[in-house]
Write a protein that binds this ligand. Sequence first.
Ligand code: GLA
Length: 380
Amino acid sequence: MKKVLQLCPLFILLLVSTVYSMSNKEVLQMIEKKLFGKLSDGSEIFAYTLKNQNGMTAKIINYGAIVVSLTAPDKNGKFDDIVLGYDNLDSYVADNNYFGAIVGRYGNRIGKGKFLLEGKTYQLTINNGENHLHGGKTGFNKKVWSAEPIESETDPALKLTYVSKDREEGYPGTVTITVVYTLTKNNELKIEYTGTTDKTTIFNPTHHSYFNLSGNMNTTILDNELWINADKITPVDNSLITTGEYADVANTPMDFRSPKKVGKDINADFEQLKFGLGYDHNWVINGYNKKVNKIASLYEAGSGRYMEMYSDQPGVQFYSGNFLDGTAAGKKGVKYQHRSALCLEAQCFPDSPNKPKFPSVILKPGEVYKQTTIYKFSTK
Ligand code: GLA
C-alpha cells in the first residue's frame, strides 16, 4: 500500500503530461504552418491555416498579413472559398488590388499625399494619380510580418507584427502594428489591431478582403444584398478625394439603409458613381460610439451565405470591385472579372488629416491605437 501511495504522484504526473501532450497535439492541428513561397531576397513566407471546430478555415500568410483564403459553409453545409486571391507568392508581390491584405499606414487616399501635423508639412509617396493610396508604393500589404500562432481548440488565432520605420513612405515616427486574426467558434473572422508610435503620426489601417459569398468567382456580386448602417457618405471629387463634406444617402443610389442589391442602382446617372466607376465611397456609420457595433451585412441568396460586419470604426469603404478587369489571374486560374467581388473596409474617413470636420487619425507617443473588426458568417 505504501508503495502504491509512493507511485501515485508519479502516475498522476504521467497522466497529466499525456493528456497535456494529447490536447496540445490537437491544438496544433487547429493551426497548420506550411511554406508558401520565397521572396527574391530568399526570405521564406509561410501560410498559417486556422481551422475552427465547425470546419471553417482561414489561410493567412506573413507577407502583407494577407488572408489568402477563407472558407465558409453554404445553406447545405458545403464549404467554399469566398475571397479572391492568388495561388502563389509571386502574384501577391506583383498584385495591385490589395487582395486580402492589411493596408496601411493609411487605408485609402490622402490628397496629393500631403498633410500638416504639429506645424510641419509631410509629403508621402504618390502612387495613385496625384494622390497617396493605401500606405504608398510599398505599404503594409507588401511587407514581411513576423507571425506567432496562438493555439486554441476553440478560437485559433495568428498574431502578426510589423515595425514601420520613421519616414517609411514619408510618414513620421516608427510605428509598431500588431494584427491578431482569430477564427472564432461563432464562425467569425475577428481582426484586432494595435498600433504605437515614437513620434506623432497618422494611422488608419484596414483590411482589404474581396468577398464573393457565392464561392463561384466567375460570377459578379451585383445580385448580393447589401445593408450599411449609414445615413451619410463622404462624397469625393473626380480623383476620389473626399470633399470634406457629408452627403445624405436618402433618395440616392448610395442608400443601403435597407438591404438592396448592389447592382440595382450601380449604373445610375449619378455623379458620385461616375467618379467611382461604381461604388467606391466611405459610408459614415450611424451612432458611432467607438464600440464594436454591427455596421453592414451582405447576403447571397444562391448559397444562402450571410455575412455580418461589426466594427468600432467611424466609417466603411464599400468598393464594388470596379477596377477588376479580367487581368488578375487568381486562384485556380480564374480571371477575376469586373465586379466579381466587393470590399467592406472599416476605417476612419479618407483624407481625414486634411479635412477638419472628419474624426482625427492622429496617434501620439504613449497612446495605443486599437481597432476591432469582425466578419461573421452564417446562412439563411
Ligand atoms: C480601395 C479604393 C479603391 C481601390 C481599391 C483597390 O477600395 O478606394 O479605389 O484603390 O481599394 O484597388
